[in-house]
Design a protein around this ligand. Structure first.
Ligand SMILES: Cc1cc2nc3c(=O)[nH]c(=O)nc-3n(C[C@H](O)[C@H](O)[C@H](O)COP(=O)(O)OP(=O)(O)OC[C@H]3O[C@@H](n4cnc5c(N)ncnc54)[C@H](O)[C@@H]3O)c2cc1C
Length: 389
């Protein structure tokens, strides 16, 4: 059959390219025919990823900046978070895309095609997955790894569906204004009337920082509201009047209890489409790395890719649902929840908890730092709701 591959990577963004680099770096896959499809050239710096990790992973060579200390500010509690053994790292989208494209440029088994995919396909007679392009071309493979959301997320009545939405400016100042050794992880000292709202500041030199205004709410704001909040914060809180905006970015990430299918008819859904954005924080980069590494391992070991969620992932989903429950029913404001958690626990424990990597004792300690009378009934309700999702 023409147009047949071993693997199709449908969508070459964070998840598609993470998987691609892992496959391309392993000689085990050098005889596999891989087709990469994306409607975009991936030449624009459209996002900046931040994440925390203990040990370097495959994208270490393109880490743009990293911090060992993070500030946490709120009207209830403020501190400097010592995050050891973690480091908080920043990777720029443009470096990420260029790095992966460069790494596969000479690989004879990998073909990159700029194409728009219309829909996923299942072969009628053979055990193959496929895609239909918008020009009508049909292409098949043993597996399609897709990070494309072909339809808007269909939530069930029992789901909570928040959006993490943000606008960021990278600003440059004429004189030194920043400490590049420390970033502001969350600054909740901004209006909370829309819901959980904070700023973060990521300085990469004494004169350059990315400042982002972020909300966890169910509705978006008008464009000018993000810009106004950034202007106010930079002027009043950071006390910077003289600056140039050198780069802008904005984004919307689903924070949802929706149960994303991960595997269907040899289509493996990865990235946001595979439910890898953490519902309580919107972070996805690290979980994408874990999942793509697990897929490569399973392929090498000849194991099924219908990998069920692990116990810690299921536990993490439950905790996320409890947080979204409390926010949805406005039982406790988000700034106070995060302040209570960071006040009562070591920063490294909170980071491992947010990564679904904490042990049960750490979980219990973190849970005891928020009011039981609010969180216990929410947890009991969510345990029941988990069965319906
Ligand atoms: C601005 C921004 C900043 C973020 N910052 C962070 C962060 O700091 N930390 C963190 O952990 N997470 C962050 N995230 C969340 C998450 O890590 C990113 O959204 C990440 O890019 C998700 O990876 P993905 O592969 O699922 O989607 P994407 O990276 O969006 O990749 C999907 C790919 O599919 C392609 N595509 C879509 N439709 C089609 C089609 N029909 N045909 C062909 N190709 C198609 C797109 O062109 C794209 O290349 C951020 C998200 C955004 C938007």
């Amino acid at each position: 059959m023409n147009n047949q591959y071993d693997f199709i990577i449908a969508g070459a963004g964070c998840a598609g390219m993470s998987l691609l680099l892992r496959l391309a770096s392993d000689p085990f896959f050098s005889s596999k025919k891989i087709l990469v499809l994306d409607s975009d050239d991936k030449t624009v710096n459209d996002r900046t990823w931040c994440f925390w990790e203990k040990d370097p992973d495959i994208f270490e060579p393109i880490v743009h900046h990293q911090w060992n200390e993070l500030d946490f500010f709120s009207n209830h509690f403020s501190t400097v978070l010592d995050i050891a053994p973690y480091k908080y790292k920043m990777i720029r989208g443009i470096d990420f895309y260029a790095y992966v494209k460069n790494a596969i440029a000479a690989a004879p088994n990998i073909e990159w095609r700029k194409a728009s995919i219309k829909k996923p396909l299942k072969h009628t007679t053979q055990n193959l997955a496929g895609v239909e392009l918008t020009d009508g071309t049909l292409i098949y493979a043993s597996f399609v790894f897709s990070s494309i959301l072909f339809e808007p997320i269909q939530t069930a009545p029992s789901d909570y569906h928040f959006l993490q939405h943000f606008t960021g400016w990278e600003i440059e100042t004429a004189s030194p204004c920043f400490n590049p050794g420390k970033a502001v992880f969350m600054d909740f000292r901004v209006g909370q009337e829309q819901g959980t709202t904070f700023m973060y500041v990521l300085p990469t030199s004494t004169t350059k920082a990315l400042v982002e205004y972020t909300l966890f709410t169910e509705q978006l704001l008008p464009d000018e509201a993000y810009e106004k909040a950034l202007r106010n914060y930079i002027g009043s809180e950071l006390q910077i009047q003289d600056y140039t905006i050198v780069h802008r970015e904005k984004g919307i990430i689903p924070m949802t209890t929706h149960n994303f299918p991960r595997y269907q008819d040899n289509h493996i859904y990865i990235g946001i489409a595979g439910g890898e954005a953490k519902a309580s924080s919107g972070y996805a980069f690290k979980s994408i790395q874990k999942r793509t590494a697990a897929i490569v391992k399973a392929l090498k070991e000849g194991r099924s890719l219908a990998i069920n969620k692990s116990f810690s992932e299921k536990k993490g989903h439950l905790y996320d649902a409890v947080l979204l429950h409390v926010l949805h029913y406005k039982k406790m404001p988000g700034d106070l929840i995060f302040a209570s958690i960071f006040k009562g626990n070591k920063a490294s424990s909170v980071l491992s908890f947010l990564d679904n990597e904490s042990d049960v004792l750490t979980d219990l300690k973190i849970m005891s730092s928020v009011p039981t009378r609010i969180f216990l009934p929410a947890a009991l309700q969510e345990i029941v709701s988990q069965g319906k999702r």
